[in-house]
Design a protein around this ligand. Structure first.
Ligand SMILES: [Zn+2]
Length: 322
């Protein structure tokens, strides 16, 4: 027994001895290998042109001077200012791009013959709660397709002024990147670049544009409306003044729509008169260009989305017969 124990111990020493030798060998090989790598890297010739050899020259565009930027080039921004993703829903159509290259999206729900349009965010981040409302409506309708009657198609342009929204959520976020008030840029009969500011929004300098319809955001919405037969439209704003019918003077069916929406929501109709003269508005242009009825509708403040009120507004909207 004793002998056997002794011999088994000997085997353990032999095995561990082999292990030690093998480890040492691996270590030595590893050290030799890394030093040889370093040595061969140092030996490598520096890549210079050898006399008589030819070099492949990269495309010449690499060597164009880059000091003078192309003045006509606007760097595109491939993102929406507030990323909005509708899971398990339809993809939006991109109806145009802002000055900075941000997409202007339109969602479509339903496939009925009556076509209704909601536009939000025309005044950018300053009225960003209208964009938040549009997002909530889009999400709600996607989850409750029964909200759209079978005879209705609803389009929602969720953010007409994505650059303004990206810039600021206060007064600096109202205009587009040209400093234009998009709700004064539409080529209505009464468009003007400048207007009497009495009773109007005066917190920052703004213009109606270099000419009527000068802005890409305006033209995107114009071509969308022209390529459809819109029966009624709501352009969302904030805050507090109520529901303004389109048309100068107010057009009859727009007055009916404004009244119905005011009743459904509790927003003032007739709207509060601050004495401001509105020129070049989307709602006026829509009414002058074949849209059955159009309103500017203002949420109660600059923060909340008044979602429940505007769900009722949606029902009143669809019940409206232009
Ligand atoms: Zn507004």
């Amino acid at each position: 027994m004793g002998r056997r124990r002794k011999s088994s111990h000997a085997w353990v020493y032999v095995i561990w001895g082999f292990n030690g030798v093998a480890l040492l060998a691996i270590l030595v090989i590893a050290v030799l290998y890394t030093t040889s790598l370093r040595a061969s890297a140092a030996d490598e010739p520096i890549n210079t042109a050898q006399p008589g050899s030819t070099q492949k020259i990269p495309p010449t565009s690499y060597f164009l001077p880059t000091l003078t930027p192309n003045p006509f080039y606007t760097p595109p921004v491939f993102e929406t200012s507030t990323p909005f993703v509708l899971t398990n829903g339809p993809l939006p159509a991109v109806i145009g791009f802002s000055l900075a290259g941000r997409p202007i999206d339109a969602y479509t729900f339903g496939a009925g013959e009556k076509e209704y349009l909601i536009v939000a965010g025309i005044h950018g981040g300053y009225e960003g709660n209208t964009i938040a409302l549009a997002n909530e409506l889009i999400t709600y309708i996607n989850e409750n397709p029964g909200a759209i009657p079978t005879d209705v198609t609803l389009y929602i342009i969720r953010n007409m002024n994505p650059d303004g929204e990206a810039r600021d959520s206060g007064v600096d976020g109202r205009v587009n990147n040209n400093g234009v008030d998009l709700n004064r840029n539409f080529p209505t009969d009464n468009w003007t670049a400048d207007w009497d500011r009495d009773g109007c929004w005066i917190y920052r300098p703004t213009t109606g544009g270099a000419y009527a319809g000068s802005e890409p955001e305006t033209r995107s919405v114009m071509s969308f409306i022209r390529s459809h037969k819109i029966d009624a439209m709501i352009s969302y704003h904030s805050a507090a003044l109520g529901v303004f019918p389109g048309g100068v003077p107010w057009e009859e069916s727009s007055k009916r729509l404004a009244k119905a929406l005011g009743k459904a929501t509790g927003y003032p109709y007739p709207p509060l008169d601050t004495g401001c003269e509105y020129t070049g508005t989307l709602a006026d242009w829509a009414v002058e260009n074949g849209v059955g009825a159009a309103v500017d509708m203002e949420l109660n403040n600059h923060k909340g989305t008044d979602f429940e009120k505007n769900l009722k507004a949606l029902k009143a909207f669809f019940n409206f017969q232009p």
